[in-house]
Design a protein around this ligand. Structure first.
Ligand code: NDP
Length: 511
């Protein structure tokens, strides 16, 4: 492997003499003076410093992410605490005590870049590991599942959680219309978590991260397992009530950003313990759900958590735009021995995330300090040129795999996907609709009856949170919401109805 690069992921280059210049390094005499004819006459086009200043200002923004626009981030490290080399051969796990530098970005999903931190929404939990085998991104959420399992629904689904095209407002009809359409009700498990206490985390430090997707990890002998990753908060889970979250959204919309930044600034470094669940191919065949179904969890009692390591965030970014806004996470960024499974949503994300960064930042986004694989170093002389090429572009290296160049390809040493699962079948259009029976509701019901029942007041808050939100929808959609939650549990459906009726009566009384 070629020589490794220098870690410049969190450094800022500032001129030592602090002489202020225009963007080409020409010193500025006076920051605010503009060249004019006479004192109050028109400006001169030759005033390049003014043009430079205004033109760059017009280009300060890169397109915000769609979704996950609003987020916070910090650097830190991952440390191996337990040996899992029987499961995974990645170098980052090869020695107990080994540390790998990381960047984690937390985010909301539906809100725009300036939106409030405490809104009810899943939270993104993405970590970039700068490993010696290249950058690895775990692009996770704070929920172990998701709303859809057909990737073709993603743009439609996200549109329903964003703004109405005419009113430009969030729209309870759109929101619930999509989720209660019978073929989409597989979302109900995730909707249950979204409207539980965990839908409004008190801070990024006090929530978990989950792969949600199934991955395929292999050891150096080529034995492989399906794997799910759980990143559990060492600070414990803390959430806000709907009333607290709403109040804080008005009083301090940057509540979670402030909490994360201030904790790290004060040396109170948040940490998470990283676990895996593993499943063999034989176990997967007997599992009552497809392991590629992103709307289902693997029960803890059958697939216990196995500890791997610790994630610690101990370093605030020096510059938010350079290191968080421009950070480009993609599940396609992976390292040897960690592969995507056939989960169709994950497979689509392998395309969509990198594509989003090419659009947002440009095709050479991976060359930026925060994204570049400095610990392994990028070398591929065929990947050349393009806008904003900033790393020297491999100088005089041939731009093809020329003979006699001694390029090394080490793929053959590693187990690769072809040796593992074998797929056969015709190419068919397949819509993985919600099952007409109860199978897609079982885990939502488990959550309500077996988990929330053990947390004081959690079932009541569940009905309250759903009812308050759904009361803004039309009567027909309200009824669909009630029916869907009645399928989860009759008591829940009845209680949602009561909350909706009470909220409607309260609103009518104001008229
Ligand atoms: P367990 O009783 O072993 O696990 C229940 C888990 O539920 C807890 O460990 C906790 O996950 C999580 N939990 C607690 N409160 C909430 C909440 N308000 N919203 C979402 N999750 C919560 O049972 P099972 O493994 O059989 O799972 C039962 C149900 O728990 C599932 O249907 C699923 O809805 C939920 N769940 C399961 C997870 C899993 O991987 N098995 C993970 C998360 C949720 P944690 O320890 O991760 O904080």
């Amino acid at each position: 492997m070629s020589a490794k690069g220098k870690d410049n992921t969190n450094t800022a280059d500032v001129r030592d003499d602090r002489v202020v210049t225009n963007s080409l390094g020409n010193p500025l005499n006076e920051p605010y003076a503009t060249q004019r004819i006479g004192q109050h006459g028109p400006l001169l086009l030759q005033d390049y410093n003014l043009l430079d200043n205004l033109a760059h200002f017009n280009r300060e923004r890169v397109p915000e992410r769609n979704p996950h626009a609003h987020g916070s981030g910090a650097f830190g490290y991952f440390e191996v605490t337990d040996d899992i080399t029987d499961i995974c051969g990645s170098a980052m796990f090869d020695t107990i005590g080994k540390r790998t530098r990381c960047l984690t970005r937390f985010s909301t999903v539906g809100g725009e870049k300036g939106s409030a931190d405490t809104v009810r929404d899943p939270r993104g939990f993405a970590t970039k590991f700068y490993t010696e085998e290249g950058n690895l991104d775990w692009v996770y959420n704070n929920t172990p599942i998701f709303f859809i399992r057909d990737p073709s629904k993603f743009p439609t689904f996200i549109h329903t959680q964003k703004r109405n095209p005419q009113t430009n407002m969030k729209d309870a009809n759109m929101f619930w219309d999509f989720l209660t359409t019978p073929e989409n009700q597989v979302a109900v498990h995730q909707v249950m978590i979204l409207f539980s206490d965990r839908g409004t985390p008190a801070s990024y430090r006090t929530m978990n991260g989950y792969s949600g997707h199934t991955y395929k990890w292999s050891n150096k002998k080529g034995d492989w397992h399906y794997v799910q990753v759980h990143i559990l908060s060492d600070q414990g889970i803390k959430n806000l009530t709907i009333e607290e979250a709403t109040r804080i959204a008005g009083e301090n919309p940057d509540y979670c950003q402030q909490d994360l930044f201030t904790s790290i600034e004060k040396g109170k470094f948040p940490s998470w313990t990283v676990y895996i669940q593993t499943m063999t191919e034989e176990q997967a065949q007997k599992f009552p759900f497809s392991v590629f179904d992103l709307t289902k969890i693997w029960p803890h009692k059958d697939y216990p958590l196995r500890r791997v390591g610790k994630l610690v965030l101990n370093e605030n970014p020096k510059n938010f735009f350079a290191q968080v806004e421009q950070a480009a996470f993609a599940p396609s960024n992976t390292v040897p021995y960690q592969e995507a499974s056939a989960d169709p949503v994950l497979q689509s994300r392998l395309f969509a995330y990198a594509d989003a960064h090419r659009y947002r930042i440009g095709p050479n986004y991976a060359q930026l300090p925060v994204n570049c694989p400095y610990a392994s170093k990028f070398f591929n002389p065929v990947i050349r040129d393009g806008p904003m090429n900033i790393d020297g572009n491999f100088g005089s290296e041939p731009n093809y795999y020329a003979t006699n160049t001694n390029y090394q390809f080490i793929q053959q040493d590693r187990p690769i996907q072809e040796h593992q699962e074998v797929w056969h079948g015709p190419a068919i259009p397949y819509h993985w609709k919600t099952d007409a029976g109860d199978i897609d509701f079982v885990q939502a019901t488990d959550l309500y009856r077996k988990v929330l029942s053990k947390q004081e007041g959690a079932q009541e808050r569940q009905a309250h949170n759903i009812g308050i939100h759904a009361a803004a929808a039309s009567p027909e959609i309200q009824e669909r919401v009630i029916q869907m939650f009645t399928r989860v549990d009759k008591e829940l459906g009845d209680n949602v109805r009561k909350v909706i009726n009470a909220k409607n009566a309260e609103e009518n009384a104001k008229l």
